[in-house]
Design a protein around this ligand. Structure first.
Ligand SMILES: [Zn+2]
Length: 322
């Protein structure tokens, strides 16, 4: 057998609610090259055009043979029709995404929900490696999810399952980006940290939060997290409050799925234990006895690159053998 000169690569794409990230990923899951762009205020044509250019750039930058492109998309992909059936944060509803991208790029493509790709990466190579039962929560703009049960990924009858962000947690609650009311992600996502931060600022105009907040601009989860790490009491309180809400959702997950662990990824995990410690307290207190106490709540291993690596792992799994 002839030794390969360059490593085999995949292109991983993280198509999220606020940004799209494309990366060249090698077989040891190192990210070799990154391209990033905002997905705010773009229509479907612009978004798909730009995404095609970004993947072209990544394909050119890849040092080795590329097995294909794996997309993790923030939306529900109907496995029966091939269409994106719902996507609260992207203008892609009704788009035959896999067919379009396959045609545009001329290389093998694989597409899945971004929660599923993140779960796949963490399960095969990361924090949930070796687990028979695990749940992933990607806590960012919204809350995505993935489920491993009995040693396999669970996608539901048409591929739309594991949408934990849209569990109803509040009767007659606030309207969610999906149009429903009282959904989990409104109260426990990275955006929820920003909204709670805005309320804290409005209530405490003299606080560090008020001083640091850009004049007239929205408070973001990232800003609150940064201030909390710097020790600002009001910001810490905001993250603890959202961490408790996150824990409440985890109680339902623990009671339904009885996973060995819940892996938390997405942008909000930058808050680390400030967010996870209060969540763990609520899980231990409120889940059915052994289901909560035997459950680990851990941060994702792949951090900010999780989406890109998840896409690449999907490509390696589905396309490398073809
Ligand atoms: Zn919703």
């Amino acid at each position: 057998m002839v030794a390969t000169v360059a490593a085999n690569c995949a292109i991983g794409v993280d198509l999220g609610g606020t940004k799209m990230l494309v990366g060249v990923v090698d077989e040891s899951l190192g990210v070799l090259h990154r391209v990033q762009h905002s997905t705010d205020d773009v229509d479907a044509t612009e978004l798909l055009g730009r995404l095609g250019e970004m993947v072209d750039e990544a394909l050119e930058a890849a040092p080795g043979e590329v097995c294909g492109v794996g997309f993790g998309v923030a939306g529900i992909l109907d496995s029966k029709t091939g269409l994106i059936a719902a996507s609260p944060h992207l203008p892609l509803v009704g788009v035959p995404f896999e067919a379009l991208m396959g045609e545009r790029l001329g290389v093998p493509v694989a597409v899945d929900n971004d929660g599923n790709t993140s779960m796949l990466a963490e399960w095969l190579h990361g924090a949930a490696k070796g687990a028979s039962d695990a749940v992933m929560l990607t806590v960012g703009t919204g809350i995505g999810g993935g489920i491993v049960a009995n040693g396999g990924l669970v996608r539901g009858s048409s591929g739309g399952g594991a949408e934990f962000g849209h569990m109803v947690v509040e009767q007659d609650g606030e309207q969610c980006s999906c149009g429903g009311y009282g959904h989990f992600e409104w109260y426990a996502s990275g955006d929820a940290i920003g909204r709670a931060g805005q309320r804290a600022l409005d209530a405490n105009p003299g606080s560090a939060l008020a001083e640091a907040a850009p004049e007239g601009r929205e408070v973001t989860g990232a800003l609150v997290t940064e201030l909390a790490h710097d020790g600002d009491a009001a910001s810490i309180e905001v993250i603890v409050e959202v961490g408790r809400r996150l824990g409440q959702g985890m109680v339902s997950i623990a009671n339904i799925f009885n996973p060995q662990l819940i892996v938390v990824g997405g942008g909000a995990i930058a808050a680390g234990d400030l967010l996870l410690a209060p969540a763990r307290e609520v899980v231990e207190r409120d889940a059915l006895a052994s289901l909560g106490t035997n459950l680990s709540v851990v941060p994702a291993e792949f951090g900010a690159d999780a989406g890109v690596i998840g896409g690449a792992v999907l490509a390696f799994e589905q396309l490398a053998q073809r």
